[in-house]
Design a protein around this ligand. Structure first.
Ligand code: KIV
Length: 278
């Protein structure tokens, strides 16, 4: 495709049964790689708190950090649809704060949409943001910003009550105007039911293959983040070991005077010793 992806493209893909692929990016060079590989949606996730900034959770991530990375990713993405993640406490305090923070992702960082976590309880906020002209992606199931309230980073919706709540949350998000919903860490049967119930695309992470699309944290799937590897991640590469190998070889060659070689050095025509004779 030689044009920018739109929300309409994702609705059409869902109708045709074509799967949507989404990955996270936090900087321009990674974003450009994902874009060139044909990824349809790029998410600047608040997971950057874990994988880039070294926090233990996504809770400390600020609006300024998110905008800084969204701007960088914007410069790398040409065709993919760009979604910026609203950080913890940027949309919970009031609807007007949620609208102005959501607006900053579009106005200042050039995002196409925002994502925020939560089910039925955030639907009034979602409605207000959408009404202000900002496309919203929902995110239900395991919501990392409120993981402590959910009893930790655990699969959600395993019993009838919580499964019913998640199904209702998906319906409410659709009614509130969300254009898509991330389903994180829920049983595959439940995500299949939700996907068949709502008309907007579902994007799964640890939610089975029946979702309309899939998302992963890029650093997890390319094997660059070693601190913790969720069981639902497939590692398509092991870049951490490649990088460590490359760095160790570089260090060794610097110590031994092998690097830089002649081919990495510059020369001049002048007899350099003549400078000492002047
Ligand atoms: O922050 C993030 O990267 C996310 C995805 C894992 C869905 O929310």
């Amino acid at each position: 495709m030689d044009r920018k992806r739109t929300i309409q493209d994702f609705i059409t893909m869902k109708k045709k049964g074509e799967k949507i692929s989404m990955l996270t990016a936090y900087d321009a060079s990674f974003a450009a790689l994902l874009d060139a590989a044909g990824i349809e949606m790029v998410l600047v996730g608040d997971s950057l708190g874990n994988v880039l900034l070294g926090y233990d959770s996504t809770v400390p991530v600020t609006m300024e950090e998110m905008l800084h990375h969204c701007k960088a990713v914007r410069r790398g993405v040409k065709q993919a649809f760009l979604v910026g993640d609203m950080p913890f406490m940027s949309y919970q305090v009031s609807k007007s704060e949620a609208i102005s923070n959501g607006g900053r992702f579009l106005k200042e960082a050039g995002c196409d949409a925002v994502k925020l976590e939560g089910g039925t309880e955030v639907c009034e906020t979602v409605k207000a943001i959408v009404k202000a002209g900002i496309p919203v992606m929902g995110h239900i199931g395991l919501t990392p910003q409120t993981a402590s309230q959910l009893g930790g980073y655990k699969v959600q919706g395993r019993d009838a009550d919580s499964a019913r709540r998640l199904l209702q949350a998906a319906r409410d998000l659709e009614t509130a105007g969300a254009f898509a919903i991330v389903l994180e860490c829920i049983p595959a049967q439940l995500s299949e039911l939700i996907t068949g119930t709502v008309s907007i695309p579902t994007i799964g992470i640890g939610a089975g293959r029946q979702c309309d699309g899939q998302v992963l944290v890029t650093h997890d799937m390319v094997g660059m983040f070693e601190k913790f590897i969720p069981s639902f991640v497939r590692q398509y590469a092991n870049l951490a070991s490649e990088i460590k190998k490359a760095v160790a070889t570089y260090r060794d060659e610097v110590r031994k005077g092998i690097f830089p070689g002649e081919e990495h050095s510059f020369t001049m025509q002048l007899d350099i010793k003549s400078l000492l004779e002047e």
